[in-house]
Design a protein around this ligand. Structure first.
Ligand SMILES: [Fe+2]
Length: 275
């Protein structure tokens, strides 16, 4: 970790480094905002005022995560207003040429996962720990402004995990053993998404592995998918236990939900003034 050259605000960035950095930052910022839009749609399942209030806090914080990272991209010359405008004017189908939203946060994929408030509670219990692990690594990345912003984001994501545990416990408190069994059966579909969140463990020699090595060399990604998976499963098991649910065994990852993070040749347009 200490081997990476670090950069701070205003430092000149090597061209390739800047391109890779903006690729990951844009996926984070655009997906955080689209995630907020999806979470807001889940409000229709809220069973009680306290649940509605806490869910709206999560929406606000996710929009904040998009906002913080867009601010950093703006410092690097990216027209972030155009990205926001695309998301707010086409929330159901934003143009992939204009914004980079992970598949799981696109409406057509997301909406299939949610049928009831129990699903909303389970998402924050079962998928959020993957986001905590994945985004947590950026706290140690070589671009210091982004690392600092992710310290704050990570704290709030931990809060969203706490929201999930709280909401899941409440479902069982109000619905009893029948609800617990209902929820137990629904863990797997979310765990597939969680397991796929940080990407496939890379095999030496494949294209994805070559890409990962570049990110890793520059200190833009600091953990291997295997390490993130271990963190995820540990966190997930402890939270499920807290709720009174069991961790399903032998669940296969769904990697299609996070397509995009590996894309090699994204060219984020940077304004002339900032180059
Ligand atoms: Fe977030």
């Amino acid at each position: 970790m200490a081997n990476w050259k670090t950069y701070d605000k205003g430092d000149e960035l090597p061209e390739e480094y800047k391109k890779l950095l903006l690729n990951l930052m844009s996926f984070q910022a655009d997906s955080e905002y689209a995630g907020a839009q999806r979470v807001a749609e889940n409000m229709r399942f809220a069973p009680r005022p306290e649940e509605a209030y806490r869910l709206s806090k999560k929406v606000m914080e996710e929009m904040g995560h998009g906002y913080y990272v867009w601010n950093l991209m703006s410092d690097l010359g990216v027209d972030v207003n155009a990205r926001l405008r695309e998301l707010v004017t086409n929330p159901n189908n934003p143009d992939p040429q204009k914004v980079t939203v992970i598949n799981g946060f696109r409406k057509e994929n997301w909406s299939k996962l949610f049928e009831c408030w129990e699903d909303v509670a389970l998402f924050s219990t079962v998928v959020t720990p993957a986001a905590v692990a994945f985004l947590g690594q950026y706290r140690e990345c070589s671009y210091l402004p982004w690392a600092r912003v992710n310290v704050r984001i990570h704290k709030e994501e931990y809060g969203h995990l706490a929201f999930g545990v709280w909401a899941s416990k409440r479902c069982i408190e109000f619905g009893g053993e029948e609800t617990r069994e209902f929820m137990q059966k629904r863990i797997e579909k979310f765990m597939k998404v969680g397991l796929g969140f940080y990407g496939r463990p890379s095999k030496p020699g494949d294209k994805q592995s070559a890409m990962f090595d570049k990110y890793y060399e520059y200190g833009i990604k600091v953990k291997k998918p295997e390490e993130l998976q271990e963190e995820y499963l540990e966190l997930l098991e402890s939270r499920l236990k807290e709720v009174g649910l069991d961790m399903p065994q032998g669940v296969e990852a769904d990697y299609d939900m996070r397509v995009g993070y590996e894309a090699a040749d994204l060219d984020i347009q940077v304004s002339k003034a900032a180059v």
